[in-house]
Ligand binder design. Structure first.
Ligand code: HEM
Length: 547
């Protein structure tokens, strides 16, 4: 027996190059035929190695590749040896449906932040459905629509400051404004204020405090490609040696956002260093941190200090870049489509004349006032549709036993996902002109609504579009901060348009997109001029709209 082993080892060492290629070939064949996925079309290299998709994502425009591949191959495309992308909206209900047993893939684990050398398993990044369900139950009420009322004053503070600072810094400024960055400063400060009743200070200082924005941008640039081969993360940022050194205090691997959260918690809870999670006596606050602390008090066995901190950190992680990207998209498409901008401006000014806004001094619009502006709603939805923030398929692992997805049986363990960049282009749902910006598609066609049948058809058309929108994900892992981000967007857009005339500095300049998991815009430079805020017109019988 020993003789045979020696002989084989000798052969292998003599022919190591041939051995290496033979092993490589076997590995490629195994990958190619894995889980029966060879039936699905896609780039050949993608079927044998995940390096194909890593390189594609590293190119920073994977959504363009995904669209081209689906145009060529149809509804299902193989993006990796074990990965399928679905573009048919029917797939959404199965992959993201409640209690279907799909779990998030390891892509999300790469997004865990680190504090003092420890990974923070967050609501967003956990792959454990039971842990997630328990965690979500603890914090869900803090994000309910009814809680919005409590957060609106926080949003108002930052929005008023933002309007004033836009005036002070950017009105008639010949250099113009890097609008995406400016909106990101806004989104960071709003989320800081809602979470801790304290802004980070981006808008006041008009600068990236503690390099948080730059760090986050860098992190997403890392997460997007490395997430395609998550194992690499263990060799790089979550290298156990690096983490150990950090735990021993030799290096500081704490994410700046986590440090900010830690400092705010320490201010709020002086006894934190003694391991006690007790708020300052008498402190009264309606912010998110106070709600997470209340969740700790009602579920102390589950919601410990780490989870409270993780939740606070997640707010900045998940809620700033995404909101800023969506706000940028709303403004960008309006500026690129002057007829839509004119119509929206008219809707807002008419409401101003009709006395529908309580504030005629700062231009601030309340959430309730914004809900009475249907064309605003259409413009925001159309921007969400054409530029969803997340730019990669939201990956899920098929449960053991496999699943039928949009007419295809897929084996357990396969990674599957849908990208909003494809779903939102579905012509069957959004119309033949799905690839152009047309907010009117969200409004009922008045002509058709003249008959009962036509009205029903219009209602079901718009209902189907709403039900297919995927910018916030779907199912049990749908965005928990959706209502907060809508609060910001529906308030800020009309408030800005009441107060300023916004233009491109160079009308011919197109923005540049960088898809680093979230699709961030660059080269979106705008100028601002002050507008006279339209005030209510008094007719003697109260306030009425102008003709
Ligand atoms: C326009 C702004 C936003 C967009 C487009 C957006 C998008 C998303 C998407 C697509 C997901 C699901 C990811 C997946 O299934 O893989 C998600 C989850 C999440 N979002 Fe948002 N988000 C936004 C704003 C916010 C805000 C403001 C917060 C916090 C206040 C937030 C916190 C979260 C959290 C914690 C999750 C994980 C939820 C869970 O797994 O239970 N997001 N978001």
């Amino acid at each position: 027996m020993r003789g045979i082993t020696d002989h084989v080892l000798q052969m292998l060492s003599q022919h190591w190059l041939a051995t290496f290629f033979a092993v490589l070939l076997l590995w490629a064949i195994r990958n190619r035929y894995r889980n029966g996925l060879h039936r699905y079309p896609g780039p050949f290299l993608a079927s044998v190695t995940d390096w194909w998709r890593l390189v594609d994502v590293y190119g920073r425009r994977p959504e363009v590749t995904h669209r081209a591949l689906h145009r060529k191959h149809g509804d299902v495309v193989r993006l990796g040896p074990n990965t399928l992308s679905f573009s048919n909206p029917q797939a959404l209900r199965t992959i993201y449906g409640l209690n279907k047993g799909f779990t998030k893939s390891e892509f999300y684990v790469v997004q865990q932040s680190i504090a003092k050398g420890h990974r923070l398993q967050s609501l967003f990044s956990t792959t454990d459905n039971d842990f997630h369900a328990r965690f979500r139950r603890c914090v869900n009420s803090a994000f309910a629509m009814s809680a919005l009322v409590q957060y609106e004053p926080f949003v108002d503070n930052t929005t008023k400051l933002f309007l004033d600072q836009t005036k002070n810094i950017y009105v008639n400024n010949p250099k113009g404004c890097d609008f995406t960055q400016w909106l990101q400063f806004y989104a960071f400060d709003v989320i800081g204020e809602i979470t801790y009743s304290k802004r980070h200070g981006f808008v006041e200082k008009n600068k990236d405090i503690d390099g948080i924005v730059a760090y986050l941008s860098w992190l997403f640039l890392y997460v997007a490609p490395i997430g395609q081969i998550p194992f690499l993360d263990r060799l790089l940022l979550k290298n156990p040696i690096y983490l150990k050194f950090s735990q021993w205090g030799f290096i500081d691997a704490t994410f700046p956002v986590a440090r900010f959260a830690g400092n705010r918690m320490a201010e709020r809870m002086p006894d934190l260093t003694k391991g006690e999670l007790k708020p300052v006596p008498g402190a009264k606050s309606l912010d998110l941190l106070s709600k997470f602390l209340a969740a700790h008090q009602s579920h102390p066995e589950f919601m410990g200090e780490t989870l409270v901190q993780t939740m606070a950190v997640s707010m900045a992680f998940a809620g700033s870049e995404t909101t800023a990207i969506s706000l940028s998209a709303v403004f960008y498409f309006l500026l690129k489509n002057p007829s839509a901008l004119v119509r929206l401006q008219a809707e807002i000014d008419d409401a101003g004349r009709a006395g529908e806004f309580a504030d005629s001094e700062t231009g601030l619009v309340t959430w309730h006032e914004s809900q009475r502006l249907p064309y605003l709603d259409a413009c925001i939805k159309e921007a969400f549709r054409l530029h969803p923030a997340a730019g990669l398929p939201l990956e899920r692992v098929v449960p053991q036993g496999g699943a039928e997805i949009a007419g295809h049986f897929v084996q357990g363990g396969t990674i599957v996902g849908c990208s909003a960049w494809l779903i939102h282009m579905d012509k069957g749902v959004f119309g033949e002109d799905a690839d152009i910006y047309r907010p009117e598609r969200w409004l009922y066609d008045e002509e058709l609504c003249k008959t009962e049948v036509g009205k029903k058809a219009e209602e079901s058309r718009v209902k189907e579009m709403n039900g297919t929108m995927f910018q916030f994900g779907m199912g049990s892992r749908t965005c928990i901060g959706k209502n907060i981000s809508l609060l910001e967007i529906y308030k800020l857009v009309p408030s800005m348009l009441r107060r300023f005339e916004i233009q491109f500095v160079d009308p011919n300049q197109e923005w540049e997109l960088v898809n680093a998991w979230f699709v961030k815009q660059k080269n979106f430079t705008t100028s601002f001029k002050l507008r006279d805020i339209v005030t209510p017109q008094h007719t003697g019988k109260g306030t009425t709209a102008a003709p």
